[in-house]
Design a protein around this ligand. Structure first.
Ligand SMILES: [Mg+2]
Length: 334
């Protein structure tokens, strides 16, 4: 029996997750500023000034403000905004070098180390645009702002507005395996051993201040955070500050090609997770006889302290069960 449990423990494949911000982390542009707003024939500066003023004057969440403004412009300009329209825009969103092949390379590397790797997006951008991008199929889930659509598929109302602090709930969802946005069990307490993905096996990649709560959460729970900067602009203020403030474990240019720094760091992280998981597995195997020994000792103490006048047949039955338990424990014990 012990052998089969041992085999089962050793056959379990540990999981890890990489969570990505989207704008300026995987894509060099901001999807609204460079793609969505101009597609409405609007000037990006005018749009953002108006959206930020709306948020400020009405104490609104900034994401809810742009989502509202976009709906209002679609009405005044008599442009219907449909899911398909957003998806189509997503197909043209540019990606940083190496992004399109990154997932396959990292999955293969993790696989070679016995790790099952999953990818997730956690972005304040529009989910439907990301879903239209070339890399959408690489993600197990895309958590982002999204609209509620009418039966005709026209955007009517915000369904999700993802901002910097509520981004963190998705880290808990991924760790606990409660993926649906409405599932309130995400707040249930869970033992580390029961997590779908342990926090220390989670990596978060982002570029800016809006990623700080996620970076901090992941890092404080033993995972890894990586700050990226645009390789062409090479402006490193953000990453230096994030690094000095202890928010990130690594920083690198957003260059995802095979020989890039971020590839090297990610492989080092995978190596460390694989080594730690191998040790966890060994300890789980060691735990079985040690736990059984504990049960044996406790049961023995109970039997030894049974009253003298107890029916001999009961005492005999318990003693034989104790002997059987002893045979299941590997090695010699007193
Ligand atoms: Mg970003």
């Amino acid at each position: 029996m012990y052998e089969s449990i041992k085999r089962e423990i050793k056959a379990r494949k540990p999981k890890m997750a990489i969570c990505y911000d989207f704008d300026k982390t995987l894509s060099p542009d901001d999807m609204h500023t460079f793609t969505l707003i101009p597609s409405f024939g609007l000037d990006k500066n005018i749009f953002w000034n108006e959206s930020n003023a709306l948020a400020q004057d009405n104490l609104m969440d900034k994401n809810l403000a742009w989502m509202y403004l976009l709906l209002r412009y679609s009405n005044t300009k008599r442009l219907s905004i449909k899911k398909d329209y957003f998806n189509k825009i997503g197909a043209d969103v540019p990606l940083y070098d190496g992004v399109s092949t990154w997932f396959g390379r990292m999955n293969k590397y993790a696989e070679s180390k016995g790790i099952e790797l999953e990818h997730y997006i956690i972005s304040s951008g529009l989910k439907e645009i990301i879903e239209g991008s070339k890399i959408a199929s690489q993600f197990k889930r895309i958590y982002a702002s999204s609209y509620l659509y009418s039966a005709d598929g026209v955007a009517e109302w915000p369904a999700q507005a993802v901002n910097y602090t509520n981004k963190t709930q998705f880290i808990f969802r991924i760790a606990k395996g409660y993926y649906e946005e409405y599932d309130e069990r995400v707040n249930n307490s869970m033992n580390d051993a029961d997590l779908t993905i342990p926090y220390e096996n989670i990596v978060y990649i982002g570029d800016s201040a809006t990623d700080i709560p996620c970076m901090r959460l992941v890092k404080s729970k033993g995972g890894y955070s990586i700050g990226v900067y645009d390789p062409v602009k090479n402006n490193r203020d953000n990453v230096y500050q994030l690094y000095n403030d202890g928010r990130i474990s690594f920083y690198a240019p957003a260059d995802y090609r095979a020989r890039s720094n971020i590839s090297k760091f990610m492989k080092q992280i995978i190596d460390e997770i694989a080594a730690r998981e191998a040790m966890k597995t060994e300890r789980k195997v060691l735990e079985i006889p040690a736990n059984l020994y504990n049960t044996y000792k406790t049961t023995k103490t109970v039997i030894d302290s049974l009253p003298k006048n107890m029916k001999p047949s009961i005492k005999k039955k318990m003693s034989s069960e104790l002997d059987e338990m002893k045979t299941m424990i590997e090695g010699n014990i007193e």
